[in-house]
Design a protein around this ligand. Structure first.
Ligand SMILES: C[S@@+](CC[C@H](N)C(=O)[O-])C[C@H]1O[C@@H](n2cnc3c(N)ncnc32)[C@H](O)[C@@H]1O
Length: 217
């Protein structure tokens, strides 16, 4: 994994260094810890963002003064809590989750973090739920972390519904090292990257699996 993170093949971090940085800059309080541990407790895949990525999402939202945010892919609510904590009083996160069991676990973790008023967990497929959210827009940020086969669709929706100066955030933008493969899935993810550039000023942050960040023109 490590070699894939640098053009020169050289990387300058390892597990203990990342752990130290997480503990120093992105520590968990009780609410975050409960949400982070929830997938393991509930027998769900532990595929939430890492602590530093969660904190990065939080800071990026604060930098653009985000108030209304859409997330695709809730899992157990860890990133939704990070996103919601960045918002001022009256701000809201709509987080979309396909699996009703995941949504239930997330609602519990979000309630434990004291954020039920700020986070609405919407159950359904992203492509079906997004049109129902449009009356709440325009949005300040869209964070995409659900089915990789739909990233291009989600990116196009974000281009239409994020306000100027708002953010497009796409996790797993390296597609687990498969971004350059000759597969339909990889083609979708490359299209997501390429189309994002038309509407957002973009960069790919080389987190372990990549985070595409775009600022809406
Ligand atoms: C990587 S996890 C999300 C992790 C979460 N963002 C976090 O960091 O805490 C992806 C989630 O997307 C959900 N998902 C998969 N396909 C989906 C779809 N078509 N629409 C909405 N959610 C979907 C999965 O059930 C899973 O819970």
């Amino acid at each position: 994994m490590a070699d894939a993170n640098s053009r020169s093949g050289q990387v300058y971090f390892n597990g203990p260094i990342l752990d130290w940085c997480d503990a120093t800059h992105a520590p968990h309080d009780e609410g975050l810890n409960y949400a982070f541990e929830a997938p393991a407790r509930a027998g769900m895949p532990p595929i939430q963002v890492a602590a530093s990525e969660g904190k990065l999402l939080e800071l990026l939202l604060r930098m653009v003064g985000a108030r209304r945010v859409v997330e695709l892919g809730t899992l157990a609510g860890y990133s939704a809590i990070r996103l919601a904590r960045a918002l001022p009083e009256g701000g809201k996160v709509w987080t979309v989750e396909f699996d009703p069991r995941h949504a239930e676990v997330a609602r519990d973790a979000i309630a434990r973090a004291g954020l039920s008023a700020k986070v609405e967990v919407c159950v359904g497929r992203g492509v079906d739920v997004l049109p129902t959210l449009e009356p709440h827009g325009p949005f300040c940020a869209v964070f995409i972390d659900a089915d990789k086969e739909s990233y291009d669709v989600y990116g196009r929706w974000a281009a239409r519904h994020v306000r100027p100066g708002g953010l497009l955030l796409g996790d797993n933008s390296f597609l687990f090292s498969n971004l350059l493969d000759d597969t339909p899935r990889a083609a979708v993810m490359r299209r997501f990257h390429e189309e994002a550039k038309a509407h957002f000023d973009t960069v790919n942050v080389p987190t372990p699996d990549g985070l595409l960040v775009g600022l809406k023109r």
